[in-house]
Design a protein around this ligand. Structure first.
Ligand code: HEM
Length: 530
């Protein structure tokens, strides 16, 4: 028997509280926190080591431990013993499972080790584990990716952590699958090649302004926050036609709080990242609703067309029954797009800057290609679609960067029926996980995997289903082309202005959950004199 949804939600909350608390115990930090003067009872403060009422922590931990053990014995074991021939692997500790190990390997910069160790021990095709409080089968290699991508809505379906559902309440009205399908129907109109062609010039003008305001005349910059600023400006402009930097700034602060709390401990107590994310989402939603109402008036008065931007497109597209999305639904969809599309692209851009600093030969070839593009244009003319098609080497570089540092490490699915894979049974309700890390750094698919080699993407490129930074199959990232454009436009503007060196040559990388340089990648700029 598998736990019910309501139970699963509770289990998830409990598991996270237990997870964070036990990690503090393990690192020996809790005792030092306990000895400090308490300031308030929030988990966030606990995590930031600012103090917490000792009695409260002890009570919560004890209660959590007992409840966790009880529920684990009652449900989790019950769910697995009834099936034979389950995949090999360990479920780890009760409730916590192997989540701590999984997270800690990411935080140490090597998320692929979690997969490598288990594929070496159990099977190169599949192993079971327990992540985020859920029994999970990790499918490995190109065959595993292919299986999951091509069985969408046949054997498996979309699954997101409960925190996402709570922050986006409209997604509770329907299933995750329906929400995903709704989004996928809307996006092609906005992200199809004809539409994308028009965005290149807009992206270029935003990039130019961004560099003038935030990079030119500076000796040193912190790349990660700037990359975020650029992708956020582009998204605000193209999704909602918001250009005024003050208006963008109104969104930016609560938005970053929201992005940090979407995948977080889903404990809604004052001060937790989750609680802050819910509040931030409310602030942004209010702002978005005001924009949506004004836009409806503008559409009615024919001041703008339905293809003006994605917001207009959402407001004027009906479903198969002739129903339009509610204002709240539209606001949440825009929010989801901002989150999905902006942190991923800014992580990719940050790592491109990092690798170009480390690899002068690669930098020189990118610069050569971008100078060729620029010299074929009139002075002051903005980039266009044809220019981007000429940036083949630059895109191979970006692709190689996303092989070594995929912005999303993988994603979950849920099995909708019992099925067999590689000779093992996957019970209905189990979570499944595909991981870019099971192929991207595997010498079977990418010989000498640690070597930075953009030529891997020449000709036919990598073996099918081995290179998956954007996923694959029907749920492959719909923003892939959009991301390609904004990344290439950024590279063009960056390399033509500067060469740069890393301020911290040995800066650590952390993956939590996206890869990022631990200190935000400070670089020293050397402008070209031309
Ligand atoms: C370098 C940048 C990006 C990367 C690496 C990336 C990667 C991904 C991945 C791996 C998935 C999950 C696929 C799966 O579950 O199998 C995904 C989904 C998604 N991405 Fe992206 N993405 C990027 C940029 C964007 C942009 C710019 C947008 C919007 C304009 C976007 C919108 C979405 C949406 C809406 C989904 C959900 C699709 C669904 O559930 O069917 N992404 N992305």
């Amino acid at each position: 028997m598998l736990p019910s949804l309501a139970y699963a939600k509770r289990k998830y909350c409990i598991m996270f509280l237990f997870t964070r608390s036990s990690s503090l115990f393990m690192s020996g930090k809790l005792s030092s926190i306990l000895s400090q003067k308490p300031k308030n009872y929030s988990i966030d403060h606990l995590m930031q080591e600012e103090g917490m009422e000792p009695l409260f922590i002890s009570a919560v931990l004890l209660l959590t431990l007992f409840v966790s053990l009880f529920l684990h014995l009652l449900f989790l074991h019950g769910s697995t013993v009834s099936h034979h021939n389950l995949p090999p692997g360990k479920l780890g500790f009760p409730i916590v499972g192997e989540t701590l190990l999984f997270l800690s390997m990411g935080r140490r910069g090597s998320p692929e080790k979690f997969i490598e160790e288990r594929t070496a021990k159990y099977s190169t095709q599949i192993f079971k584990t327990s992540l985020l409080g859920e029994t999970t089968a990790v499918l490995c290699g190109a065959a595993g990716n292919k299986f999951l991508f091509s069985n969408e809505n046949k054997l498996v379906t979309a699954w997101w952590p409960r925190s996402v559902e709570k922050i986006f309440p409209t997604s509770l009205q329907t299933s995750t699958k329906e929400e995903s399908m709704k989004m996928r129907k809307l996006l092609p109109g906005f992200l199809k090649p004809e539409a994308l062609q028009k965005y290149v010039g807009v992206m270029d003008s935003i990039a130019k302004k961004h560099f003038e305001d935030s990079w030119d005349l500076k000796n040193e910059v912190l790349v990660f926050p700037l990359a975020k600023r650029y992708t956020f400006m582009v998204a605000c402009r193209l999704f909602m036609t918001i250009e005024d930097p003050n208006h963008v700034a109104k969104f930016a602060d609560p938005f970053h709080v929201l992005a940090a709390g979407v995948i977080s401990v889903p404990i809604n107590l004052p001060g937790t990242p989750f609680n802050k994310a819910i509040k931030a989402a409310e602030t942004i939603r209010k702002e978005l609703l005001a924009i949506i109402r004004q836009r409806k008036i503008d559409l009615a008065e024919k001041k703008v067309s339905s293809m003006h931007d994605i917001l207009s497109h959402m407001l004027t597209t009906a479903d198969e029954n002739g129903n339009y999305m509610t204002e709240l639904d539209v606001a949440d969809k825009i929010l989801g797009l901002l989150i999905g599309g902006h942190d991923t692209a800014s992580a990719a851009i940050t790592f491109i800057v990092k690798y170009l600093a480390e690899l002068p030969n690669v930098y020189n070839q990118v610069l050569k290609e971008q100078i060729e593009v620029a010299t074929a244009k009139k002075r002051g003319e903005l980039l266009n679609w044809d220019d981007l098609q000429k940036m083949k080497y630059s895109w191979n570089v970006a692709s190689e960067v996303m092989r070594l540092a995929p912005p999303l490490q993988g994603n979950f699915r849920e099995s909708i029926t019992d099925f067999q894979y590689a000779g093992f049974t996957i019970p209905k309700g189990w979570k499944l996980y595909w991981s870019a890390n099971s192929t991207h750094k595997n010498p079977q698919y990418f010989p000498d995997p640690e070597k930075f080699d953009p030529s891997r993407f020449e000709g036919n490129g990598p073996m099918p289903y081995s290179y998956v930074p954007f996923g694959g199959g029907p749920r492959m990232c719909p923003g892939k082309e959009y991301a390609r454009l904004e990344i290439l436009v950024f590279m063009h503007n960056l390399v033509r202005r500067f060469k740069w060196v890393k301020v911290l040559p040995k800066e650590n990388i952390i993956v939590d959950p996206m890869p990022m340089p631990a200190k935000g990648l400070p670089v020293r700029l050397h402008p070209h004199h031309n």
